[in-house]
Ligand binder design. Structure first.
Ligand code: ATP
Length: 381
């Protein structure tokens, strides 16, 4: 598989130092499709996790950086050489011991310090699918919100900072509501900030959901083994944002917050807002809620969604995103697996896949970089 669009960002070298199970690794990569094969616990997910650190926000395991340093090590470094239409660049992420025993995240671009991982968005975008997401449609709404925010983040790297600020503002309001003697002026100020952030978060989510839904619908192919999904947002605030200009929605939400102080104080949390939104997903061809579909159908739906998202990221950022598929091929029957490889080829992105069984990638000899992973090291297969 060549499959890579001319100019699409691709990793040509991955270097790890004391990252997870790898004391040191220097991996040259040449193709658009990269398959990592090895036994359970060999270190395949660790490698895609290392790449996920170049996305804004948390990595694909949502782990703390401190847990990523190899047991016994205080620091780690992950560095990639990235080739794209913007030329060749060296990007790095690491953890270094800082003052007073506090570890510090370091981000580097071509040898210079970068403020945060959001700065990498100028060079590459990432999307991923992991086994954790298998139960997404049946699981709690909070997991779908997190998934949704990750979809937004791949398009708009400022979304992570927005969501973090919203969570801080919600905590401040909830704390003030707990204090019986809370000063109304403080509450007004916190609610003003909260309303502004809430509308910004809800609008960014809405924009992504609308675009992605349109992308899914435009690419619908009823014969495809990856059925198209239909997406919508459920939530009172989302209805406000859909029906009013942003400034009016913000005013209305601020009033709702003020009127709901008593109710929220009793509940111990802010009941209304983007923290209560849910992402509704339907199986397009069957017109049924995703959570009522079979396990295999849900997986195929999710895969179709992630592939459409990758296309949307490309359309909006001008960059074919790196795609990380952890343990995805193993769940597919042979027809769907062959269709997946065709779809990935058509995507034009660099795609990193993991799997425990070499037979999963047997159709890809000569078309993909196949690496045999064993604890702490990798051999070309
Ligand atoms: N900070 C760390 N230091 C050293 N080893 C670590 C660290 N974190 C995880 N590991 C080791 O990495 C291994 C897990 O690697 P990984 O999750 O990449 O496996 P995998 O090949 O994806 O396996 P599976 O097929 O079971 O998903 C485990 O043996 C674990 O003990």
């Amino acid at each position: 598989m060549t499959g890579l669009q001319p100019g699409a960002p691709r990793v040509t070298r991955l270097i790890l130092q004391d990252f997870r199970s790898y004391p040191a690794l220097d991996l040259p990569v040449s193709r658009g499709l990269v398959a990592l094969v090895g036994e359970n616990g060999a270190g395949k997910t660790n490698l895609v996790e290392a790449l996920s650190l170049f996305a804004a926000g948390r990595g694909l395991r949502r782990a703390d950086l401190g847990d990523m340093a190899r047991h016994g090590a205080e620091r780690f470094a992950v560095s990639i050489t990235l080739d794209s239409s913007a030329g060749e660049h060296r990007l790095g992420v690491g953890l270094e011991p800082g003052e007073a025993g506090r570890a510090l995240r370091r981000c580097r671009i071509d040898g210079a310090d970068a403020p945060s991982s959001a700065a990498f968005a100028e060079f590459l975008r990432l999307v991923w699918l992991t086994p954790d997401l298998d139960g997404l449609f049946r699981g709690p709404a909070g997991d779908r919100r997190r998934f949704l925010d990750r979809l937004v983040l791949a398009i708009d790297s400022r979304h992570g900072a927005r969501v973090n600020a919203l969570e801080r503002a919600l905590r401040s309001r909830n704390r003030l509501l707990e204090e019986a003697s809370a000063d109304g002026i403080w509450l007004d100020a916190v609610e003003r900030e909260l309303a502004e952030l809430a509308i910004a978060v809800a609008s960014a989510r809405r924009e992504t959901v609308e675009r992605l839904d349109a992308q899914l619908l435009a690419g619908r192919d009823d014969a495809s083994p990856f059925p198209f999904a239909r997406l919508s947002l459920i939530g009172e605030l989302d209805e406000l944002v859909a029906s009013l200009p942003a400034v009016d929605a913000e005013d209305r939400y601020r009033r709702m917050l003020r009127d709901g102080r008593g109710r929220d104080a009793t509940a111990g949390r802010t009941l209304l807002g983007p923290q209560a939104t849910d992402l509704a997903v339907r199986h397009g061809p069957k017109d049924l809620p995703a959570e009522t579909c079979s396990t295999g159908e849900q997986k195929a739906l999710l895969l179709g969604l992630v592939l459409a998202h990758a296309r949307l990221v490309q359309a909006m950022s001008g960059m074919a995103p790196l795609v990380l598929l952890d343990e995805v091929a193993a769940h597919l029957d042979p027809r769907r697996r062959a269709a997946l490889y065709d779809a990935l080829e058509a995507l034009g992105s660099q795609v990193w896949m993991t799997g425990a069984d070499p037979a999963l990638f047997s159709g890809l000899e000569g078309r993909a970089d196949l690496f045999a992973v064993s604890p702490g090291r990798i051999a070309g297969a």
